[in-house]
Design a binder for this molecule. Sequence first.
Ligand SMILES: *Cc1c(COP(=O)(O)O)cnc(C)c1O
Length: 229
Amino acid sequence: MSSIAESLSRIQDRLAAAISKANRAQSDVELLAVSKTFPAEVVKEAVEAGQLLLGENKVQELLAKKPLLPGKVRWHLIGHLQSNKIRKILPEVEAVHSIDSLDLAKGVDRVSGELGLRPKVYLEVNLAAESTKHGFPPSALEASLEEILALPRLEVQGLMCIPPFCEDVEASRPYFVQLRQLRDRLASSFDVPLSGLSMGMSHDFEVAVEEGSTIVRVGSAIFGSRGRA
Ligand SMILES: *Cc1c(COP(=O)(O)O)cnc(C)c1O
């Protein structure tokens, strides 16, 4: 087995154990392997080992890597999307995890209409009000949600967050709880499922699964360290 296949297999085992421990069904949580910064030859080892769901945070990098990997791979964009790149990226991805403003939601909806697409989207929430991160402040999301839900082309899956990084994985838990509670509140007041919760990364995905994540975004634990870029 290649070392990437081994790391992938270890992460799959840890994910399965976390799902069982949380008394959830294995099919409730998907593993999105985040391949950013890793070349296609390396990523291919994960695909050959059965990982068909890949995530990239940059439009250019996704567009460059996609043609080098098998067509059966499903791609998700997880990083900030500029409005001038919507048209290029939408036909290439199954989902966008990083809808971080009402304007972006409207832009993705409009272009999807023109291209005949129905992308799955997650609404990114900036829970800690970090100026370095994108995402709706919770109150802004609440104020915009009715308009977003009325956009005909978006398949709104639910919410996404990136908690402030901290070595201590338990520091992530309150953010995951907050995202779930925000989802519960919005789902009930707007009468929509919002069943998707995109949360959990290499260091804290097990905690995220305990708190209700439906898709974990794991990069370095599978592909190795990206260094201090
Ligand atoms: C890079 C990235 C990840 C994966 O991070 P790791 O710590 O390498 O698992 C997850 N989500 C987003 C939005 C990212 O940019």
